[in-house]
Design a protein around this ligand. Structure first.
Ligand code: DON
Length: 584
């Protein structure tokens, strides 16, 4: 049996393989080490036994809290609740109680795989006229700022669902680390400081955001002790009453009042009636591996299936080789073309999922790819480009426990600090996920994404998402992977799958750090990360007719864990972009 060194095992146990030096400094090593030693001492075979559990998240405090729950006898589902709660406190600009998302679960005891859909819903009183004028022109900011922008949150219900259906421990125990961090405070890291600076104007002008997140009216500096007593009190209510602590009673009343004072149309019944949906994940094969990914209302699984089905016919040995990159781009264009044509909340519209993910359909799509030339955009579709901003955020984390239970969770409030609205005295920062709906044909959202009727807004409907928590299972073992990044999530996870399948020996760090490019059909351009692709690479693609756009900063904050089927050893890796490279 392959053995890891003690150091590797401890790092793996703490999910910090991928941390760069800068990020390592950001970790509180002393605490991590003490806890690591405690865990190692507990495990029977001493420190050279491979770690059997792995957690990767966007924040070391969340990862650490998740490991503690495993150490206390919790399973991956328990740890997932704790990680989500701690992230809501320490990474509030990404996701939290005011947002939504998807938890992809694998239960080891019976192999059950399910997607817990905690996506936000549009409030029952929503109307299109809240967002567009009589001519159908979007009202600036309506889907992005304040009360109109906020969907009914799903994360608290999702957490309660995980506790009730899948966990072993009680909500109070699982929320304790988050409550302590919210009440006592934590020192913000460089990433928090950077993002708060970028969103300083929003935080100054938003509702209750200045007093919640700013330091005397200014973006806080790294090291600032951020206390969130109101959020602690809301978490306390959930600890005592489960989902009712959020969706009914004083917190719910305060949410409704706060959102409506900021222009929203929420009713108490929107919150009380919010429901989690358990959905069958999208499942398909790619070169001998089984891929399990997010179902509608996430476009992730369907678009990944379409794209990988197209690519399966070509042996993609290296997705960054220019010849292979051309094929990957052409496959992405076709996958995203169908995303905008067909995808939306399947509880509201009929989506031909079976056809879209069918291999025969992929063959017919692949037949339209010219190996030497980019397909002209007119042959694919579509309409004009509008100015967009780039300030979005989300979080992904991955968990595997010693028994092989798995959780991949992508959670979001959409933009950095959502729509700049903390409702009343709840401490809950609300999402601006309404922007993920399409307001009409040819009207792009914040991610430049177009949509069709399938994703038009309607009461209680869920906006189409790109969040793609994904499992890849093959003879090597099981990978849990995902990332934030709006529409780019899909291409990031696509690369993760391709790279993983191409590896004989899994190197998670290489998977989360590898360079990225992205195409989403419309606008007709290949976005590429800076400092990642050579002039020769760019020329090769331009000669095939692709329009390249060099983006000013790298993107993504991928979090991956892997468990080997050979020896049960777990690895975890965090994308260094999250801390070092200006990624999300
Ligand atoms: O659901 C979606 O697709 C988006 N609201 C996700 C936003 C996101 O990933 C932003 N992250 N950087």
């Amino acid at each position: 049996m392959a053995r890891q060194s003690a150091g590797t095992a401890l790092r793996a146990w703490f999910g910090v393989e991928a941390v760069s030096r800068a990020r390592a400094r950001a970790l509180n090593w002393r605490r991590v080490l003490i806890l690591a030693l405690a865990c190692a001492a507990m495990s029977a075979g001493a420190a050279d036994v491979p770690a059997r559990a792995g957690i990767a998240s966007a924040h070391p405090l969340a990862t650490e809290a998740g490991y503690r729950i495993l150490q206390q006898g919790g399973n991956a589902f328990d740890a997932a609740v704790t990680v989500a709660a701690v992230l809501a406190v320490v990474e509030p600009y990404s996701a939290g109680l005011g947002g939504g998302g998807f938890w992809l679960l694998h239960r080891a005891v019976d192999g059950k795989q399910v997607m817990v859909d905690a996506r936000e819903t549009a409030p029952a009183a929503v109307t299109l006229s809240m967002y567009v004028d009589d001519e159908g022109v979007p009202i600036p900011g309506a889907t992005l700022l304040g009360g109109k922008a906020a969907g009914i949150p799903g994360v608290p219900a999702g957490m309660a669902h995980l506790v009730q259906r899948y966990g072993k421990l009680r909500m109070r125990q699982l929320l304790a680390p988050a409550i302590a961090l919210a009440r006592n405070g934590f020192n913000i890291d460089s990433r928090f400081a950077r993002i708060a600076k970028v969103r300083e104007q929003l935080l100054r002008g938003g509702t209750n955001t200045a007093r919640t997140f700013l330091d005397n009216g200014n973006a806080p500096q790294q090291g600032y002790l951020l206390r969130q007593p109101e959020l602690a009190a809301t978490l306390e209510r959930m600890a005592g009453q489960g989902r009712d602590g959020f969706y009914r009673g004083p917190v719910a009343q305060s949410l409704v009042n706060g959102v409506n004072a900021a222009g929203g149309v929420w009713q108490a019944s929107d919150l009380a009636g919010y429901r989690i949906v358990e959905r069958a994940p999208v499942r398909f094969s790619y070169r001998g591996a089984t891929v399990v990914s997010a179902a509608l209302p996430s476009s992730g699984g369907v678009t990944l299936a379409q794209t990988l089905n197209i690519l399966e016919g070509y042996k993609i040995a290296d997705a960054r080789d220019p010849a292979d990159a051309h094929l990957v781009i052409e496959a992405l264009r076709r996958g995203f073309q169908d995303r905008l044509r067909y995808l939306g909340d399947s509880d509201f519209v009929k989506v031909p999922v079976a056809k879209l993910i069918d291999k025969a359909y992929a063959h017919s799509r692949a037949a339209t790819i010219n190996p030497n030339l980019a397909t002209p955009i007119d042959a694919l579709t579509i309409t004009p480009l509008a100015a967009v901003t780039e300030s979005y955020n989300t979080t992904h984390y991955s968990v595997i426990d010693a028994d092989g239970n798995r959780v991949g969770a992508t959670l979001s409030i959409n933009s950095w600090f959502g729509g700049g609205l903390v409702a009343g005295d709840t401490g809950v920062l609300l999402n601006n996920e309404i922007d993920d709906f399409s307001l009409g044909a040819g009207l792009p959202n914040n991610y430049h994404l177009l949509g069709s009727k399938a994703n038009f807004i309607a009461p209680r409907k869920r906006p189409l998402s790109s969040m793609s928590p994904t499992f890849v299972e093959d003879r090597k073992g099981a990978l849990v992977i995902g990332a934030p990044g709006g529409s780019r999530i899909i291409s990031m996870v696509l690369f993760g799958i391709i790279d993983y399948v191409n590896q004989d020996n899994v190197d998670l760090l290489s998977i989360v750090t590898a360079p990225r490019y992205h195409h989403q059909c419309w606008p007709d351009e290949v976005e590429i990360e800076p400092d990642s692709f050579s002039a020769a690479w760019r020329t090769a693609l331009e000669e095939k007719g692709h329009h390249l756009r060099l983006v000013s900063r790298k993107w993504g904050n991928m979090q991956a864990v892997f468990k080997s089927s050979a020896n049960g050893a777990a690895q975890a890796a965090s994308d260094p972009r999250g801390f070092d490279m200006g990624g999300y």
